[in-house]
Ligand binder design. Structure first.
Ligand SMILES: *Cc1c(COP(=O)(O)O)cnc(C)c1O
Length: 429
């Protein structure tokens, strides 16, 4: 067994300081064995914990690090910016630079507003949709995560177009009652919701590539249907691209499916590993945001120059021709080799993939809704997680989470990872 003494000691201390010993719940290793590993260093595709164990990292800080850890361009740009101070609470050229890079290379947005997290981006997008339409209700999908925004912390009942029940204490019924939850991949449920609440639906929000509760890839037709039904009912379509934005292509899922949403939210990759979120849309819709318009939204550290510089240094690499094709090519080979191994050895395990995202599922069936995921498979995930750690592979500590491949997960690194995956799968088979 790999040493965990230092991580264990740090976690004991952390438990006296933070609820559950962590500052974000999924870090707590609740659904896998042992205490969380405390990381001290990352370089390229590798991370090292406080006990000096080295891992190939497929968590990549839950997605932001598409260039891997400690990328020299990001490091140098951050250092150069920070030498002139960390924050001014004024506009800086760094915000212009990142915004220009994004808007000029994305056909689906004209204007953008920076915030400091994905949650903040979604929260602001919802307010904008309500302000713009003058309506109240939001349709969301079961199995889509949109950050810890009150109105979106809602689970579905199994019935069609029912109001959800809150998945957190502390959220008023009045807020929950404005949210309608429907299953993914279910046109009838969406139609029903519009029949019942049509006059009052401000927006439909979806992760166009749902990747926070397994990877629940939707059909293009379903996303097109959402575009049509929202237009017909004068509701907005919000693509929450906090995870898919700059991941499946520079234009995100909007570009992949070629669908024009009304508002797009971003986070994760956009900040190059520093805290940045954003929401964007047409000039007409975005002009409703203060100080141009009547929808208020502000932030002390919004468009922080250091964070803008990190985001710019990262996206400058992503926008280069061939970047995403290369990401996808390496990911596909990785996925295919592991899937072939699982199939040949009759192991109930497959990787599902899009772009440079993959998800580990314990069936060979196609999964497109949250309800299709067998909760018992999470026990198998936990065993696989432990076996992968022993082999030197780090993935997010939950079977509902996806893995990410970065630019520096080269063919050589992936060859090594494939062997480790095979060994771990053999162990749990
Ligand atoms: C991560 C994520 C969020 C929340 O972003 P934070 O920066 O963690 O607040 C929202 N929506 C989606 C789709 C995400 O993947």
């Amino acid at each position: 067994m790999r040493a965990r003494e230092r991580s264990n000691t740090l976690f004991e201390k952390a438990k006296t300081l933070f609820p559950g010993g962590v500052n974000s719940p999924v870090r707590a290793f609740k659904s896998v064995d042992g205490a969380p590993l405390f990381m001290k260093k990352g370089d390229g595709p590798y991370i090292w914990d406080e006990d000096d164990n080295q891992f190939i990292d497929f968590c990549c800080s839950w997605g932001p690090l598409i260039l891997g850890h400690n990328h020299p361009n990001i490091r140098e740009k951050v250092i150069a910016t920070i030498e002139n101070g960390t924050s001014f609470g004024t506009p800086t050229k760094h915000g212009n630079a990142l915004a220009e890079l994004i808007v000029e290379n994305n056909r689906f947005i004209d204007k953008i507003r920076f915030v400091s997290s994905g949650t903040e981006a979604v929260m602001s997008a919802i307010r904008l949709a309500r302000g713009y339409t003058g309506k109240n209700k939001i349709i969301k999908f079961e199995g889509c995560y949109h950050g810890h925004v009150d109105a979106l912390m809602v689970n579905a009942g199994s019935g069609l177009a029912t109001f959800g029940t809150s998945s957190s204490a502390g959220i008023p019924d009045g807020v929950i009652n404005e949210t309608v939850v429907v299953p993914l991949n279910d046109e009838e449920a969406v139609k029903k919701a519009f029949e019942i609440h049509g006059d009052d639906i401000a927006a439909v929000i979806i992760e166009p590539i749902p990747a926070n509760n397994g990877l629940l890839l939707q059909e293009t037709e379903f996303l097109t249907f959402l575009r049509t039904i929202t237009r017909v009912n004068s509701a907005l379509l919000i693509f929450d691209e906090v995870i898919s934005g700059f991941r499946v292509g520079f234009e995100g899922a909007a570009g992949v499916y070629d669908i024009q949403p009304d508002i797009i939210t971003y986070g994760k990759i956009i900040g190059g590993g520093l805290p940045v979120g954003a929401y964007a849309g047409s000039t007409e819709i975005m002009s409703r945001i203060s100080p141009d318009g009547d929808v208020y939204q502000a932030g002390t550290l919004s468009a922080n120059p250091v964070a803008m510089s990190a985001g710019y240094a990262q996206l400058e690499e992503c926008v280069k021709p061939g970047f995403y094709e290369d990401q996808e090519k390496r990911t596909k080979r990785f996925v295919n080799e592991i899937n072939t191994f699982a199939e040949e050895n009759k192991i109930d395990f497959r990787l599902t993939t899009i772009g440079s995202i993959f998800w580990m599922k314990f069936t060979d069936e196609k999964i497109q809704t949250a309800a299709q995921i067998n909760p018992d498979s999470m026990v198998t995930f936990s065993r696989l997680f432990s076996a992968l750690l022993e082999e030197g592979i780090y993935v997010g500590p939950s079977g509902y989470e996806v893995g990410f491949i970065s630019k520096v997960h080269t063919e050589e690194v992936l060859d090594s990872a494939i062997e480790k995956f095979k060994a771990a799968l053999s162990k749990i088979a």
